[in-house]
Design a protein around this ligand. Structure first.
Ligand code: PAF
Length: 282
């Protein structure tokens, strides 16, 4: 597995691979890797000749400086995990100037309104930061296929829109959420939970499963109330938001219309750790 820590050697390497006609699969990350990330590379390996990983904690997508500061950085361990997959050919560990040659600022994007829902409301500027770094990474890696986890379902939708708007010849693939044994969605942020918090946080997925049972049986306002009641009773947890949204527009719904697909989205703060999850309603 090759490791590149700056732009020029990395983009030269990509050029050589492209000249050899290699089909490139890519999954960018911010490190603190878990099985969910590793599954992206295994999936990519089935459809590509060359697998590229990147690790870069992107400052412009954090609207909370403390969240950025506390974000786990475990590069040595991450590199071992990537090596152990046996499928990753190269890892890109860029410096800020490799991705932001004109300084750390975001571009401003129009993602057709997707950026104004949920995380867009809770974290102003977040998707401009994600768009800026992902656009630059895609320009440098030039993958045929790029892979993103469905845990950040809104991010996945936004990246699909970004690639469509920029007419990049890249296919974006979503991969299902990887869960711990107790159902908690795998996340780099889980590393900041104590073992008892990790156990207690299983209530997030359990609640989504209950919502799925209630889907099209009770009304949306009643579901919203029941979810709120569940978290009102949880010590050390604050429900930041729960909504049921149309899977295409990501707009909150208060009624289940025929012929539409819906997904439940939830964000819970466990002390100061922000946990995000979602479930397709079936
Ligand atoms: O999902 C992430 O880890 C990040 O948002 C991404 C896509 C790597 C961009 O920084």
């Amino acid at each position: 597995m090759e490791i590149f820590t700056s732009k020029k050697p990395f983009t030269d390497y990509i050029e050589r691979q492209k000249e050899m006609g290699k089909k490139i699969g890519f999954a960018p990350t911010m490190g603190a890797l878990h099985q969910g990330h590793l599954s992206l590379y295994k999936k990519a390996d089935q459809e590509n000749d060359l697998i590229i990983a990147s690790i870069f904690v992107n400052p412009t997508q954090f609207n909370n400086p403390q969240d950025l500061e506390k974000y786990p950085r475990t590069t040595e361990r991450d590199l071992k995990l990537l090596e152990q997959t046996g499928v990753v050919d190269a890892v890109y560990l860029p410096e800020v100037q490799d991705l932001y040659p004109d300084g750390l600022k975001s571009k401003s994007y129009d993602f057709g309104g997707l950026e104004n829902e949920m995380e867009g409301k809770s974290r102003p500027g977040h998707f401009d930061g994600v768009g800026t770094v992902v656009e630059e990474l895609l320009q440098q890696v030039k993958p045929d296929n790029a892979y993103f986890g469905e845990k950040d379902f809104q991010q996945l939708a936004i990246i699909e829109k970004l690639v469509e708007n920029l007419k990049l010849p890249i296919k974006i693939h979503g991969a299902p959420i990887f869960r711990e044994k107790n159902g908690l969605a795998m996340s780099s942020r889980n590393e900041r939970l104590s073992s008892s918090q990790r156990e207690a946080s299983k209530i997030i997925h359990e609640t989504l499963l209950k919502v799925n049972d209630w889907f099209r049986i009770i009304t949306v306002p009643e579901i919203n109330k029941r979810v709120k009641d569940i978290f009102d009773d949880q010590r050390g947890m604050v429900l930041e938001y729960f909504i049921i949204a149309d899977e295409e527009t990501l707009k909150e719904t208060d009624f289940f219309y025929k012929g539409h697909n819906y997904r439940a989205f939830i964000v819970v703060l466990v002390n100061d750790v922000r946990l995000i999850d979602n479930l397709h309603l079936d």
